[in-house]
Design a protein around this ligand. Structure first.
Ligand code: C2E
Ligand code: MG
Ligand code: MG
Length: 726
């Protein structure tokens, strides 16, 4: 098939236009030229050139704006940029135009001679396949715009236009977040036609409403079937799935479109909160006042709104943020260059930060490889879409994709879990501390750090139950790891999912359950930190926040290597690992308004013991004291040896702590033991305490200082010194 080569030239200098036209005609081009932008636009839409030469310096509109306008229309003609400005500037313009998806085949710095025109026009088709393909299409379509319009009309009437869906996942957990619907047109003669092309034609010829409605109907029908019949996803997960629909600004301005959409949702039993309407940045800004009205109405009906292709338009941030959007999509021109171009990273970072501050979720589109996904995750993007995750697919392939995706991510999760080497490992103080703390703070009998293995849940740390593992099929925690928030069952006996569960009907007789996923940096939830009670219970938002903070402590412990920071003599934590955890707990207490007690101990006359009895005995004394601390403060959170004969204990509580009583307990422990075996020399200690609470929060530094001051005050008084009986 011979393709007609149509060249459109825009240059304010008519002589230049003519010169280029003459050369091009000789080379077999059909040429139209103009010195005025409006005519240029008109020819662009109706004559459909497949080659364009644009002068960067036009008197009324600058060339960059023109290029952007072309990019916004998804124009795929071969474009040559010409200009009298410095080559560097033309090159910059060409680069940015390419980044926006335009097919720039060359630049023509003025003045130029005839051969240069020829060379640049005969540049081989861009070797990028995508461009090549679209180019051919563009060229095919160049035959007759009327014919295409008629074909399109026919295609809409006969449901030949269909849709593809592209999955969107959550960056953090890789869970399926939803799908975007993309219009598809496969014509018998013309083959695949890009929506960038036919949407534009539909818009220009008043066909867009019919097309939009057709897609909406098809896609919503499919979605409602997925919601009803897909058994691969939990009900809770399905209820949160979203369906993103692209909508043209022109359709939005039709009042009936909003009500048709709302009616469809009612008819198909889809909650509008699951439907996201994607509107391009430029479209949203065409008439901000009108948009404001329409968009607000949509929001009032419960639909969600997303700014599509963010960063490609020129809207002022301020105007944009005043519109009631709930989500923002970073344009793929940034995502696709994020790994290499510093500017793209800056734009993405700033956009995410801004969006989050405004309470908008961010989806990055155009993710084509793993490294970009990892980068966007680090940059805090919420959701990801792109070929790396999945290409747009026919609706009937989605179930298979979900199955494959679920299976693949489960395999990955298990592989990571295995790599942590936690399954069937011995109990560890560092996790027990957290489960004990959770049980104490929530005042529940049971708290567990559970790991979800292929077919079982296995308890790495458990407080209040003898169970070591259960089948996965009955695990409450298996529900929790699918969530990104607290999973709460206020009363298991009233819950259809759990009332027949053997853990509810039999031991440990779960009535109340609250769990938070323990998610590692790879994004996988390996297990949960959960609390369990034998009676029903309410769980407030504040409680949820506390459980989350505690689960994060578990995550931090997980990322630490197990025993690297233990003090070799006593087995207690050393200073470094103490401080790290003490700091985290201090933050947690200040955030949650809890009481934080620091007890600082110093052994009296330890140097004398060392000298008199020798180093080995000295070490034994330290070990004894460490054991005394451990058995006295079993329920406490941190016990560490800070220096030679300095020890520290940190305790967290949601009520006041009686320091005197605690110290008395320690004295009793020491006294009782000494009574039984008195072969070691006497130990005496001094102590100082400091408390941070909601009324008077203190930093770790302030607590250290206060405890030290208190120790010196205490040691003045004999009453606070204990000399064990000889
Ligand atoms: P969009 O809404 O920004 O859709 C995303 C486009 O990016 C889709 O192109 C999709 O196939 C493509 N894409 C997704 N992942 C990747 C990736 O990793 N790399 C690259 N290079 N591309 C990726 P598609 O399907 O050609 O659609 C183009 C545009 O046409 C859409 O951009 C949207 O603006 C418009 N469109 C599509 N369907 C409809 C529709 O039903 N109504 C309206 N009004 N516009 C639509
Ligand atoms: Mg879109
Ligand atoms: Mg987009």
């Amino acid at each position: 098939m011979r393709i007609e080569k149509r060249l459109l030239i825009l240059d304010d200098d008519e002589l230049i236009c003519k010169t280029i036209a003459d050369v091009a005609k000789k080379d077999g081009f059909t040429v139209r030229y103009t010195t005025d932008y409006l005519t240029f636009q008109n020819l662009l839409d109706n004559w459909l050139p497949n080659n364009i030469i644009i002068d960067l310096n036009m008197p009324t509109m600058d060339g960059v704006q023109i290029l952007n306008a072309l990019a916004d229309k998804g124009n795929q003609s071969k474009i040559v940029i010409c200009s009298g400005v410095s080559e560097r500037i033309i090159e910059a313009a060409a680069r940015s135009a390419k980044a926006r998806g335009l097919n720039i085949i060359g630049i023509l710095p003025k003045p130029f001679y005839v051969k240069q025109i020829r060379d640049v026009l005969h540049e081989p088709l861009h070797n990028d396949n995508k461009h090549a393909l679209k180019n051919v299409l563009q060229q095919q379509q160049a035959y007759d715009v009327n014919a295409i319009k008629n074909k399109l009309m026919h295609a809409i009437e006969h449901n030949i236009i269909t849709f593809a869906v592209q999955p969107i996942i959550k960056c953090r957990t890789h869970q399926i977040k939803g799908f975007e619907v993309l219009a598809r047109w496969q014509d018998d003669e013309l083959g695949f036609i890009s929506p960038d092309v036919f949407i534009k034609i539909a818009e220009n010829h008043n066909l867009i409403d019919a097309l939009t409605l057709l897609i909406f109907k098809q896609a919503l029908t499919w979605f409602s079937e997925l919601m009803q019949h897909c058994t691969l996803l939990s009900k809770e997960h399905k209820n949160k799935l979203t369906l993103s629909l692209n909508i043209s600004a022109c359709s939005l301005q039709q009042n009936h479109m909003v009500s048709e959409l709302a009616n469809l949702c009612v008819e198909l039993n889809i909650s509008p909160s699951q439907v996201i309407l994607e509107l391009t940045e430029t479209a949203a800004m065409e008439d901000p006042i009108l948009s404001m009205d329409l968009l607000t109405r949509l929001r009032l009906k419960g639909f969600r709104l997303s700014i599509d292709d963010f960063g490609t338009g020129f809207s002022s941030m301020l105007q944009l943020v005043r519109l009631p959007f709930s989500e923002l999509k970073i344009d793929r021109s940034f995502t696709m260059t994020a790994l290499d171009a510093e500017e793209s990273k800056i734009v993405i970072n700033a956009t995410i930060e801004l969006a989050h501050r405004l309470g908008l979720k961010v989806t990055a589109e155009g993710i084509e490889d793993e490294a970009t996904l990892a980068l966007l995750k680090r940059m805090n993007a919420d959701n990801a879409q792109g070929y790396f995750i999945a290409r747009p697919m026919a609706a009937d392939q989605v179930t298979a994709w979900i199955e494959q995706n679920t299976q693949a991510s489960e395999e990955k999760r298990i592989a990571i879990l295995k790599a942590y080497e936690l399954l069937d490992s011995p109990e560890e103080e560092r996790f027990d501390r957290i489960t004990r703390l959770a049980a104490r703070l929530f005042n529940v009998p049971i708290s567990v750090f559970s790991l979800i293995d292929t077919n079982r849940q296995w308890f790495k740390s458990r407080k209040g139950t003898d169970l070591k593992e259960t089948p996965r099929s009955v695990a409450f925690c298996d529900h929790t790891i699918r969530e990104q928030h607290t999973f709460i069952v206020p009363d298991a006996q009233q819950d259809e999912r759990f009332k027949g569960n053997i853990l509810v009907t039999g031991s440990p007789h779960i009535r109340f359950y609250a769990g938070y996923p323990v998610t590692v940096s790879e994004g996988e939830s390996l297990g949960t930190l959960c609390i369990i009670d034998n009676k029903p219970r309410e769980f407030s938002a504040k409680d949820s926040a506390l459980l989350k903070s505690l689960a994060e402590l578990v995550t931090i412990e997980l990322q630490e290597s197990a025993n690297s920071h233990a003090d070799p003599i006593t087995g207690l934590m050393d200073r470094k690992s103490f401080e790290k955890r003490a700091m985290l707990l201090n933050e947690l207490c200040r955030k949650e308004g809890l009481t934080y007690l620091m007890l600082y101990f110093d052994l009296n006359g330890f140097n004398d013991i060392n000298q008199q009895y020798g180093r080995l005995t000295g070490e034994e004394v330290l070990q004894e004291f460490a054991n005394d601390l451990k058995s006295t403060f079993r329920e406490s959170d941190l016990i560490a040896r800070l220096g030679l004969d300095e020890f520290i204990v940190v305790m967290i509580s949601n009520h006041d702590i009686d320091v005197e009583q605690l110290i008395q307990r320690l004295r009793d422990t020491i006294g009782f033991k000494k009574h039984n075996s008195a072969k070691l020399p006497a130990i005496a200690f001094s102590y100082g305490s400091a408390i941070s609470n909601a009324a008077k929060p203190m930093s770790l530094q302030q607590l250290y200082h206060k405890a030290d001051v208190m120790m010196h005050i205490n040691s003045e008084s004999k009453a606070n010194r204990l000399l064990t009986p000889d």
